[in-house]
Design a protein around this ligand. Structure first.
Ligand SMILES: *Cc1c(COP(=O)(O)O)cnc(C)c1O
Length: 432
């Protein structure tokens, strides 16, 4: 499969090149030259297939002959060694729990797949690769865990100082080994900007072999399409159509769903559920894209003011506002409503939902309140134990933390503080 840049359709890179480069040199994002279609009969055979089998088959459509099938099988089995749990809350409402991986957030899917694919492509290569990751909370630990102590790879995480939760910060700063955590005096958007600048810096190219494992990397995006297909197959919607409500920030998760539907998954509507960072919902309402500074919310992994995957969404639908509006419903949910949603999900369904899933829960309610009825699935992107203050504040119940989270909390934080000016970051990179 060949890939082009959203800023240059004439570009043609292989899957390997697109993954190792991460982002195009013109600042555009890589997109496959053509979205492949599921084979005939694929949807019918899904109920008998495991998550790994589904993953293997879809991944193969993109990797083609670049990764022999036997190697791809090993990559998929190693990457997805944890469960996706689809839980029905009522006859027409389900949650898709995507947090059963090592760092308790859905980002493990993309991160574990990407790290294994990259390390596969780098086998026998003597150059060391530095992976840059800007994180609003969960990406960093997922990516760092994915790459932990992989030979020939260094990981530099950038996170906004004071803007991630205590637990997230522990997960980010206690990994050690080949992973360095940079604590940036600024916002997530600053972190993202620093990474983008580093990639466009010709001066750095001679010194470092940079790559990215952010949601801008296509290998991060691809595995996120697998669980839409899996969830659909487990829920077996009667009219063959399903609604997905997706807690959204940088829009990688949503874009992966859109790609699944372009491949042939029958989806009635995607709900791009956003918090007060309402760039997407404002766009869907007005047709105008206005990026801005991010604001802090209790669903902080979605505090994004300039969602990078918007470029891919425009690309998928040929820049047509009408077409985008048809597939995506979007609404912005305040912190107040998010807390109410946490309480309601608990009272109505005895389900403890995390603040990100709660945004999706509330957005879905707003959508179905308009008289839409269909099977709906909320993507639950993080384990509620990652946000004890919010959950305990809303519910007065204690959330049980899984063992792997307790382990990270016991270790000592190690980070390097830097300012948000590019030159600070560059000096750090050159000296590292
Ligand atoms: C990153 C993240 C999101 C947002 O996903 P995007 O792909 O950036 O839109 C939602 N929930 C959680 C828990 C996250 O970590």
């Amino acid at each position: 499969m060949q890939f082009y840049s959203t800023k240059d359709k004439n570009l043609s890179l292989t899957f390997k090149e697109a993954v190792l480069q991460g982002i195009a040199t013109d600042g555009g994002l890589f997109m496959p030259s053509k979205i492949p279609s599921f084979r005939k009969g694929f949807l019918q055979s899904l109920p008998e297939m495991t998550f790994q089998e589904i993953a293997f088959e879809i991944a193969g459509l993109f990797t083609g002959s670049e990764i022999p099938k036997s190697d791809l099988q090993l990559i998929v089995e190693d990457a997805f060694n944890f469960l996706v749990i689809v839980k029905s809350l009522s006859g027409s409402l389900a949650v898709v729990e995507l947090f059963h991986g090592p760092t308790l957030a859905f980002k493990d899917f993309g991160a574990r797949f990407t790290s294994r694919v990259m390390s596969y492509f780098l086998r026998g290569d003597s150059r060391e690769v530095t992976i840059l990751v800007a994180t609003s909370g969960d990406t960093g630990s997922a990516v760092a865990n994915g790459f932990y102590n992989m030979p020939g790879i260094k990981v530099v995480l950038l996170y906004p100082s004071g803007k991630v939760s205590n637990i997230q910060e522990h997960q980010l700063t206690t990994i050690g080994g080949n992973v360095t955590a940079l604590e940036v005096e600024g916002t997530f958007d600053d972190c993202q900007r620093l990474v983008k600048e580093a990639f466009m810096d010709k001066d750095l190219k001679g010194v470092l072999n940079l790559s990215s494992a952010n949601s801008i990397n296509f290998a991060r995006l691809l595995p996120q399409s697998f669980y839409y297909v899996y969830a659909y197959s487990r829920l077996k919607p009667v009219n063959n159509e399903i609604i997905f409500s997706v807690p959204s920030g940088n829009l990688g998760n949503l874009t992966a769903g859109l790609i699944a539907s372009e491949m042939g998954l029958p989806v009635k509507r995607f709900i791009g559920a956003v918090n007060s960072n309402s760039v997407l919902s404002d766009y869907i309402r007005s047709g105008k894209l206005e990026v801005r500074q991010s604001v802090r919310t209790i669903s902080n992994a979605m505090d994004v003011g300039n969602p990078s995957n918007m470029a891919r969404i425009f690309d998928l639908y040929g820049n047509s506002y009408e077409a985008i509006k048809k597939v995506i419903f979007s609404t912005s949910i305040s912190d107040e409503r998010t807390k109410n949603a946490i309480l309601e999900a608990y009272e109505k369904y005895s389900y403890v939902i995390d603040p990100h899933g709660a945004v999706a829960y509330e957005a879905l309610k707003e959508y179905t309140g308009q008289g839409v009825s269909a099977v709906a699935a909320i993507l639950e992107t993080a384990h509620p134990a990652k946000f004890p203050e919010v959950i305990e504040g809303a519910l007065n119940v204690k959330v049980e933390a899984p063992e792997r989270l307790m382990q990270a909390m016991k270790k000592k934080k190690e980070s390097v503080k830097i300012g948000s000016r590019y030159n600070d970051f560059k000096s750090f990179l050159k000296g590292s």
